[in-house]
Design a protein around this ligand. Structure first.
Ligand code: SF4
Length: 191
């Protein structure tokens, strides 16, 4: 299953690469910017969690020690939401290649059930801030503009159930917040 999931991720990532290329004028994401990883819930499926933790075992002892300390601190806080991801080290993702699907959607506009979800960093003057009018809750652009802000069907529930997931026969399993997976996984482990 892991190998099939890796193949699936390659295709998903190629799609994200194209979106990021197209939306580049509005994207301010850069190395060291980690707002998305500091106040989230980070829901992910069992498969995503297993892959993430498999990748974690390939990291150096030093990195794993930092992550373990972060996990320990997080679990002591007893939080469900609005926590810093324990895999974030010095404002960089230590498990970037195996990050969950939701992390791959960070910074982009996603088509939601009722309305599009705009990345929260728009309020920090970052992604899409140059074309977003907060008071009117609307984007400002001219149809003659070479690139316009666009929402994509990238909600993680959509990504999990699209034709690519079907093609590779991916069974994602149940969903939980990252902290819940960690709480369950680390309940019997001495960090
Ligand atoms: S897994 Fe990586 S990208 Fe996702 S929230 Fe954690 S540090 Fe950020």
């Amino acid at each position: 299953m892991i190998n099939r999931y890796k193949k699936y991720l390659e295709i998903v990532d190629a799609g994200f690469k194209n979106i990021l290329k197209e939306q580049a004028p509005f994207i301010k994401c850069k190395k060291g910017c980690s707002y998305c990883c500091k106040e989230g819930e980070y829901p992910l499926s069992e498969l995503e969690y297993v892959y993430l933790m498999f990748y974690y075992t390939t990291l150096s002892d030093d990195i794993r020690a930092i992550i373990n300390q972060n996990i320990d601190n997080l679990l002591k806080q007893n939080r469900q939401k609005f926590y810093s991801c324990p895999f974030l080290i010095n404002d960089e993702c230590s498990v970037y290649a195996a990050r969950p699907l939701i992390c791959r959607t960070f910074g982009l506009i996603s088509i939601g059930k009722q309305k599009s979800k705009i990345p929260f960093c728009v309020d920090l003057g970052l992604n899409y801030a140059s074309v977003y009018d907060k008071e009117r809750n609307a984007f400002i652009w001219d149809e003659n503009d070479a690139v316009v802000p666009k929402a994509y069907n990238i909600d993680r529930t959509v990504l999990r159930n699209n034709e690519k997931a079907e093609l590779f026969d991916i069974n994602f399993g149940e969903d939980k917040a990252l902290v819940e997976w960690l709480r369950e996984d680390y309940a019997d482990k001495a960090l």
